[in-house]
Design a protein around this ligand. Sequence first.
Ligand SMILES: Cc1ncc(C[n+]2csc(CCOP(=O)(O)OP(=O)(O)O)c2C)c(N)n1
Ligand SMILES: [Mg+2]
Length: 627
Amino acid sequence: MPETCKENNSMKRRLTVAQAIVGYLQKQYSMRDGREYRFFAGIFGIFGHGNVAGMGQALEQDPGLKYYLCRNEQAMVHTAAAFAKASFRMRTLACTTSIGPGATNMVTGAALATVNRLPVLLLPGDIFARRSVAPVLQQLESASSQDVSVNDCFKPVSRYWDRIQRPEQLLTALPEAMRVLTSPAETGAVTLSLPQDVQTEAFDFPEEFLEKRVWVIPRGRCDQVLLKQAAEWIRAARNPLIIAGGGVLYSEASAALAKFANATGIPVCETQAGKGALPYDHPQEVGAVGVTGTPGANILAREADLIIGIGTRYSDFTSASKTAFQNPDVRFININVADFDAYKHAALPLTGDALVTLEELRSAVAGHSVEENYHAKITRFRAEWEKEVERIYDIRKAPPISQGEVIGVVNAAVQTGDTMVCAAGSLPGDLHKLWRSKRPGGYHLEYGYSCMGYEIAGGLGVKMANPDGQVYVLVGDGSYLMMAQEIVTSLQEGYKLNIVLLDNHGFSSIGGLSRSCGNEGMGTNYRYRRDGKYDGDLLPVDFVSNAASLGAWATRARTRDELSSALAEGRQHPRTSVVVVETCYEERVPGYESWWDVAIAEVSEREPVRAARKKYEESLKKERLFF
Ligand SMILES: Cc1ncc(C[n+]2csc(CCOP(=O)(O)OP(=O)(O)O)c2C)c(N)n1
Ligand SMILES: [Mg+2]
């Protein structure tokens, strides 16, 4: 038991810095709509000399904060971010590492969390504050300052960054960390660097500091004058379109959005983060918008005189690199918790929570609905798109089968409580278009950072957040080879994943992109080097053996029927399953009515590059800025 003492009428507990952190984190709660959650479901960690005697000691002595061992520090941040995303940001996990490489392995994960606005708490070990023993193992030295360590790399990728040089600094640093983590507008990675000696130093922490604290996640209301103006704009619009972003899901505003869309008839399209805000069969749901969008949504965006962006940051994939909105009179209303996003595209900014703002806006436009011919157009686009999805799901190619068919088979295997997880490669674009989402959160795409390697680690985080539903991880061979090791963690913890590995022998996405830029796809095929080039035989990677060697139940499927039965069998297995399916590298789902700005070489010896540049310069003319 830790020592307690009484000083100035306040009870104190003598704890090390690490013990105080472990004690504090387990007492933090979040609350929204009357529901309370323990904010930290646990802490992932890999120990080294930079944290084993500090954080490691504290976690071993105090099981109140559940400790999880994983295989890679980058992966554990992905797991934490996915856990937070699947929990609609009401809960997360912390991560502790050693100093040096253990710490910097988390930088990519931190960037991913911050870009996607997902709360994760990172606790990298740091070099001795006392300095006398420097340089310690893995220390980056600087001749110009002793106040530099590799952990400074976390500054640009963290929403809050601090280095704890003295134990009492925790008293102000930890509440700041919590404020940022639970702020809908500011959340992202929070990094508290913990010098290895400071982690072990003791201090008399006030008892009140270690008591339960509940952080209410606010549902902020927007300015009422602007709301009235927004209602006028909506009533005046002839072709309005809603873009639903991730903010709709994080606010748990799907039902409010459905009511608003039902009442007004305004069509709703979705970004990658927002997909699933409405079920695919909702009458106002017109599908995916932007570069990876569906024809109806993109035509409506092009012609819209009013865009209502809800919880979107208008990435280039959403705005089709600023070419999506071509109506000369288009204007924007943005509902967003962050001013930064609310003001984008010179919008009328409704800075506030999506759920309450949608409800207030619905009252403000009561009785208003889009015109009948606009409604008929939406219905027609929806029907045409369903036919196209059926066509792609039903291609029935001889093996290797098409990626579109695989998506169809997996979609049919997924039940309502399940979640599909993906992040990078050619899958996200195809899934954005083709996946039929059934519930908010069932479509889990990390496309803010689109980080290869997120898929399996992220799938683990989703399963930890929703242990009752099945998790289907769709992963390309390239992503799998980058980071598959968390299969071992899934087995260790009994968190079963259903992994579908699409093997097209390389980077089909970037190969296609390279060709569309006038090049020949160098570096995008997994082949032996022959005469200096990668055009030898395919590399014989045996993914089934690889997954089985990690302990998974693994099998190969060649046809769609084999895939269907492998998925059914895998679902029955209590442990993580991996179904490997070879897919055709060239067979692609086309793009529809959109464009993406990828700059093409201005001069080249090659004719196809010059031709691509010419086309590119034409397309650039469509880019619009809004003032
Ligand atoms: C960590 C990381 N490195 C590089 C990229 C750039 N990139 C995007 S997709 C891709 C290839 C993905 O290959 P694979 O997983 O096999 O999917 P495929 O393109 O074949 O569908 C690459 C290299 C990235 N998104 N993430
Ligand atoms: Mg591939």
